[in-house]
Design a binder for this molecule. Structure first.
Ligand code: ZN
Length: 244
């Protein structure tokens, strides 16, 4: 079975549609595993939730999903993210808010635990260093954990001697799942932050035991235009072009 692993759509419909097309062209996926932050920053929060719901999928809650629900204090966000969050909440109907309200903090799917930030702090912790990743391995029971939140495609590996290794991932990396436990970040769909503006995602093929990483160009200008029309902050519009 093939699972699409996506995270941090961030209301970027053009990027999300491009990723869905790419998944289809590469042989499709039976199920989507979504790691949260469906909304926030971008111009199409309602459309992104509605589109995701058309697929067989599971999704966990992200910090931006919680902020749209008013569960998190806006003071925890920088001014631009806070302004976009207020706007996002205004766009959502009761169905979309209900959907976000029912997202769990973590899920187990076979050998995988799914969270947004980290298994220790599912909403807020960023896993970018081997130090925080090493601690995280003690906080989930499955062999593998999938995380988003940093918008950076990365793999952490717990080696047999207990050391934590960081593997940076390049486009078209094929990760063979072997004996060691792993924490896997597919990168961000709607707002990549590793200097590559293309949407990032991964596919897990359970028969082959392989996670494949992909980058997908999308119409960045179209998303930027819609953000401008909605008066979203200029810095958020500009950063999409730089993948930052
Ligand atoms: Zn995010």
């Amino acid at each position: 079975m093939r699972y699409a692993i996506i995270s941090d759509i961030h209301s970027n419909l053009a990027a999300f549609q491009a990723v869905l097309r790419d998944i289809d062209e590469r042989g499709s996926a039976e199920r989507i595993w979504c790691l949260g932050d469906v909304v926030g920053y971008g111009p199409d929060p309602r459309e992104c939730i509605d589109l995701l719901r058309q697929y067989d999928h599971v999704c966990v809650a992200g910090n931006h999903d919680w902020v749209a629900l008013g569960r998190v204090d806006l003071d925890d966000f920088n001014p631009e993210a806070a302004a976009a969050s207020v706007w996002t909440t205004e766009q959502l109907g009761s169905e979309e808010l209900d959907y976000l309200d029912n997202l769990p903090l973590s899920l187990e799917e076979g050998d995988f635990t799914l969270v947004h930030g980290s298994p220790r702090e599912p909403i807020w912790e960023y896993l970018l260093s081997v130090y925080s990743a090493r601690i995280s391995f003690d906080y989930f029971q499955t062999k593998y954990c999938l995380v988003g939140h940093s918008h950076v495609p990365l793999v952490f590996e717990l080696s047999a001697d207990g050391a934590c290794l960081l593997h940076e991932v390049s486009p078209d990396t094929m990760l063979r799942l072997e004996v060691n436990r792993l924490i896997i970040n597919p990168g961000g769909v709607g707002q990549p932050r590793d200097g590559d503006p293309r949407a990032s995602y991964a596919v897990y093929d359970s028969e082959q035991g392989v996670v494949s990483y992909y980058r997908v160009p999308y119409d960045i200008a179209a998303t930027q235009k819609r953000m401008k029309e909605h008066g979203l902050p200029q810095r958020l519009i500009a950063r999409l072009r730089y993948g930052w």
